[in-house]
Design a protein around this ligand. Structure first.
Ligand SMILES: C[S@@+](CC[C@H](N)C(=O)[O-])C[C@H]1O[C@@H](n2cnc3c(N)ncnc32)[C@H](O)[C@@H]1O
Length: 235
């Protein structure tokens, strides 16, 4: 099966150009880890390449062949291809036999999971990849009422020549996101859960929650759309 990202792989970097605030955070977390980092949903290497540039080896998993191809090219261009180990596969069953100190899943990639069954499967798989005391760091969001009202059903030019349309299903808590530009178009689904529900899912998968921040500067959560999680495998 092809990924919905294959069709917009060439658009992804210009589309996400303004998303920069998380990179330094994830790179700092990677620097603290002993050994390689597993990044689930590695995409085009927006985070993985700066991480490799900081000298940390990254095992990157993604189910989009085209996103991985761009990640490989970006790593080569940055001169860090030897620190990037890219593997095509599903984050619910990552093709990783190594055990590591840090697994990350940046930029809301977990929202592509559709059910609690899939979420638990993915979280248990992450737990299994971690060494005792190892950390799982990820971010997710749940939309505000204002965001839904401002964007619902409207084509908005997110970046020059790149249009985005959000259709929010508040009952199912699913966002259907359409993206189109000269280099491609796609429609993808993102399912959100509340902060309390993510905490419960993490605990059900065996994690203890070390922190849940409201942003990448580690400010306390005060009710915003984004949550940034640090969960730990028990020692
Ligand atoms: C929002 S992008 C994030 C990419 C990158 N981590 C970043 O921060 O720019 C989500 C990525 O997750 C990947 N993805 C979505 N569902 C996946 C799954 N079930 N297994 C593996 N990768 C998945 C997509 O192909 C895409 O590259």
């Amino acid at each position: 099966m092809t990924s919905s990202y294959d069709a917009i792989a060439a658009l992804y970097d210009p589309w996400s150009r303004s998303v920069t605030e998380d990179v330094e955070f994830y790179v700092a977390e990677a620097r603290k880890a002993a050994g390689p980092v597993v990044e689930l949903g590695v995409g085009t290497g927006r985070v993985a390449v700066p991480t490799a540039q900081a000298g940390v080896r990254v095992i990157g998993v993604d189910d989009s062949e085209r996103m991985l191809a761009l990640c490989r090219a970006r790593g080569e261009e940055a001169g860090v291809a030897d620190l990037l180990d890219l593997r095509e596969g599903d984050l619910r069953q990552p093709p990783v036999t190594e055990r590591v100190d840090l697994v990350t899943c940046p930029f809301r990639a977990l929202l592509h999971l559709e059910s609690d069954g899939e979420r638990i499967q993915a979280l248990r798989a992450v737990y299994g990849l971690l060494l005792p005391g190892g950390r799982f760091v990820f971010d997710v969001f749940a939309p505000s009422k204002e965001d839904v009202e401002e964007t619902h059903g409207r084509w908005l030019e997110r970046e020059p020549g790149i249009w985005e349309r959000a259709d929010w299903d508040l009952e199912r808590r699913v966002l259907s996101l359409s993206v189109r530009g000269e280099a491609g178009e796609t429609r993808m689904q993102l399912a959100w859960r509340s902060r309390a529900e993510w905490r419960l899912l993490l605990e059900q998968a065996g994690f203890e929650v070390a922190a849940c921040y409201g942003w990448f500067d580690m400010r306390p959560y005060e009710g915003g759309e984004d949550t940034v999680w640090i969960a730990r495998r028990r020692s």
